[in-house]
Design a protein around this ligand. Structure first.
Ligand SMILES: [Zn+2]
Length: 255
């Protein structure tokens, strides 16, 4: 159960009757593990931070993952799929007993229900990456709502209670709508820049550099190179004592 101080400021600041409805929705939809302490969604995102690659609204990590810990756990996150690269990736993850979080695009998810079934069966989390990947901070709230809701429906009842805003673009308004629908926004602490072409060795080196306790690593399961790099790293992570798990805010009863 959420205690009063954990209800986000965005909800408390909303008009009175909206707040009452939103709190009810939050209490019903957000698992206690996710928590919702104060997060300053209006800062640490936007194009300058996007260029730097690390959108970092103060407080998001604690809200989505928890307190910083020395525990050797990594949170691999894969955006923009499913794609033809997703099944080979799922096979590799399964072989190594690794769990990950997939932030699927609704339009792609609706076209690949079989891949989503494998994700569910193997204990991965299926998060929401909107239906058509717009810049949510630039579109009306009604569009934000529709993009998230349509994707939730495409994913179905096994969907994870979390959202990766496209491009890491979030603000108070977008976060409020996500939370209203029971989804915690999840950013990242490292990425492998796989939207640009690099040699495999470069991507592997990047993953090694990103390996530290509690890292949330952004990748895309739309790139073959990414799948190869993860396949290379899986035994190395295990040898170094790392566990690969679902982002805590994205946990469902089966992940
Ligand atoms: Zn994306």
């Amino acid at each position: 159960m959420l205690s009063a101080p954990e209800i986000p400021r965005s909800v408390l600041n909303a008009p009175r009757n909206t707040a009452a409805v939103a709190v009810t929705v939050l209490l019903a939809a957000v698992p206690a593990a996710a928590g919702t302490p104060d997060v300053d969604w209006d800062h640490g995102s936007g194009p300058p931070n996007m260029a730097k690659g690390l959108p970092n609204p103060p407080g998001w990590y604690r809200a989505a993952v928890g307190p910083r810990s020395p525990e050797k756990v990594l949170y691999l996150t894969f955006d923009d799929g499913p794609s033809p690269q997703t099944r080979p990736l799922l096979r590799s993850l399964r072989r190594h007993g690794a769990h990950a979080t997939f932030f699927v695009v609704g339009a792609a998810a609706a076209a690949a229900p079989g891949v989503l079934s494998v994700m569910r069966r193997d204990g991965h989390a299926i998060g929401n990456h909107t239906w058509s990947h717009p810049r949510l901070t630039d579109v009306p709230t009604a569009v934000v709502r529709r993009e998230i809701r349509r994707t939730r429906r495409a994913v179905g009842p096994g969907g994870a209670p979390c959202l990766r805003p496209p491009f890491g673009l979030v603000d108070e308004r977008v976060a409020h709508e996500a939370l209203r629908q029971g989804l915690m926004p999840v950013m990242w602490t490292a990425h492998v820049e796989d939207w640009n072409p690099h040699p495999l060795s470069w991507t592997v080196a990047r993953l090694r550099a990103a390996t530290r306790p509690g890292a949330v690593i952004l990748m895309h399961d739309t790139h073959r190179q990414t799948v190869h790099a993860v396949r290379t790293m899986l035994p190395r992570w295990r040898a170094r004592g790392y566990r690969l798990d679902v982002v805590p805010a994205c946990k469902t009863p089966t992940s």
